[in-house]
Design a protein around this ligand. Structure first.
Ligand SMILES: Nc1ncnc2c1ncn2[C@@H]1O[C@H](COP(=O)(O)OP(=O)(O)OP(=O)(O)O)[C@@H](O)[C@H]1O
Ligand SMILES: [Mg+2]
Length: 463
């Protein structure tokens, strides 16, 4: 497979969809992490202030119970201890002068005392200048002494850093995964689309036997390929049919037309005799009639095969169509000394094309009467059961051998028994085309003796 150029990938709907989802998902991750970030910081801040509050309360109690000396002692211990690097203490006299604690002087930002204050302390650590952010609370003890207790916010800053970093990485990861997914998905889609267009190109170049590749996965492309292939089957069948029609038209109309032309030329070359002219014109009319009949039959087959006839379908009572056809052929049967009977109780309604149906039944009766000998019996019957409407035309003539039953449905196919009978071999082709148009099953059966043609239509429920 040639790899698709990147710009085509970006244009696919799959890629755009994936991109959209990546952005949407990224935004929700951003919101989620933001909430987590603020909650963590709020909890940590709250712990710090609670902690400072508790310590100040404790120290104030010590001062009240045991006096200034004890407080100075405790503060000295606490600000000197190893674990106290994060803690800031200062005890000052009423004039804000340093008494004890690890903070050198009363910070101006703290004002008179009695509230919260954020301090920036400059220190030197390992010979380097460092800045510490400290949150502190100041408190005025009875007697005017000032107390300051603070906590270094370094841990809070570190935590904030970690959360921020993971936020950024999660975002980057989400977007990268989304884009990669979109890329893979659209590459796959493009490949399938390319396969289909390639097949379409090959077909357009004239090879109608080409089909769209399907991979049996049952996915949407497979279904699309299936539908396209069905359409191509239908088109190919129609094209083959069309080709057959034009071929046989050329073949079948040429000889009667040549014949006609020869007859006219001969007459013209002969003596000027009105009687001879008249007889030649009579013959010519018969020739033209035959040509017209073939032509009309072919047109009917073409109409039945073209989907356009479908638009003209209405609710048709097959029993009525059968009765009319039987009435129409009654005189012909009598003339040939045959017995034509009709049996059928309507309504047997199907969705159908009345004119084409009538033509098909007429063709079947025509065959039955034409190919069975004098004294024969032809029986046309229509019946319907639950789902199906059956139309049967049975005769007791020579019948059609099992090996020919498929073949006689083809255009211009005539069997040996038709010798001496007029016809062009299109009658059963029309019946087959009409059956297909109606979604009906067509069966040629042995009537022992004779032929029985059965048409089984899917029934249309009458309300
Ligand atoms: N009822 C039948 N009994 C015996 N043979 C039949 C019967 N119906 C059709 N056939 C055979 O099948 C062939 C094809 O029939 P079809 O109706 O298609 O053409 P046709 O009758 O020869 O010509 P057309 O119907 O176009 O006038 C016939 O030529 C005939 O040999
Ligand atoms: Mg016929």
């Amino acid at each position: 497979m040639p790899s698709a150029p990147a710009h085509r990938l970006y244009r696919t709907s799959a890629f755009r969809l994936a991109l959209l989802y990546a952005v949407l998902f990224g935004s929700s991750v951003l919101v989620l992490l933001g909430v987590i970030y603020w909650s963590i910081l709020a909890v940590v801040d709250r712990q710090t202030t609670d902690n400072i509050d508790a310590e100040i309360r404790g120290l104030a109690e010590q001062y009240r119970d045991e006096g200034l000396t004890r407080l100075v002692e405790i503060l000295g211990e606490r600000s000197g201890s190893v674990g106290a690097r994060n803690n800031v203490y200062l005890l000052a006299d009423p004039a804000f002068r340093h008494i004890t604690g690890n903070l050198e002087e009363w910070p101006p930002a703290a004002g008179d005392g009695g509230g919260w204050v954020d301090l920036e302390l400059r220190t030197t650590e390992d010979g380097r200048a460092a800045i510490h952010n400290v949150r502190a609370r100041t408190f005025t003890l009875p007697g005017g002494y000032r107390l300051l207790v603070g906590r270094d916010l370094r841990e809070r800053a570190e935590l904030r850093q970690i959360v921020l970093e993971s936020l950024v990485w999660t975002l980057v990861g989400t977007l990268a995964l989304g884009l990669a997914g979109g890329f893979l998905m659209s590459r796959n889609l493009l490949r399938r689309v390319d396969e289909i267009s390639a097949a379409a190109q090959r077909i357009m170049r004239g090879d109608l036997s080409q089909r769209v590749p399907a991979n049996d996965s049952g996915d949407e492309f497979d279904r699309l390929a299936g539908a396209l292939n069905e359409m191509l089957d239908q088109i190919e069948q129609l094209m083959t049919g069309m080709r057959a029609v034009t071929d046989s038209l050329g073949h079948d109309l040429r000889s009667p037309l040549t014949h006609l032309k020869g007859r006219i030329e001969m007459t013209l070359r002969g003596p000027t005799d009105i009687a001879a002219y008249r007889s030649a014109l009579d013959d010519a009319t018969a020739d033209v009639d035959a040509v017209l009949k073939t032509f009309n039959a072919l047109m009917s087959v073409a109409t039945a095969e073209a989907g356009t006839a479908r638009a003209e379908m209405t609710d048709v009572d097959v029993a009525e169509v059968g009765r009319d056809a039987a009435e129409l052929y009654e005189p012909l049967a009598e003339e040939k000394g045959q017995h034509l009977s009709f049996a059928g109780a309507g309504p047997a309604v199907v969705r159908g094309h009345r004119q084409l149906l009538a033509q098909a039944v007429a063709n079947l009766l025509d065959n039955a009467l034409k190919y069975s000998p004098a004294g024969g019996a032809v029986r046309l019957s229509v019946d319907s059961d639950g789902e199906t409407v059956h139309l049967r035309v049975a005769d007791n003539g020579p019948g059609v051998g099992a090996e020919d039953r498929e073949r006689v449905l083809g255009r211009f196919v005539r069997l040996d028994n038709s010798r001496g009978e007029a016809g062009s071999g299109l009658g059963l082709s029309l019946v087959a085309a009409v059956a297909k148009l109606h979604g009906a099953k067509l069966n040629l059966e042995d009537n022992a003796p004779g032929l029985r043609v059965v048409l089984a239509f899917p029934k249309r429920d009458v309300p």
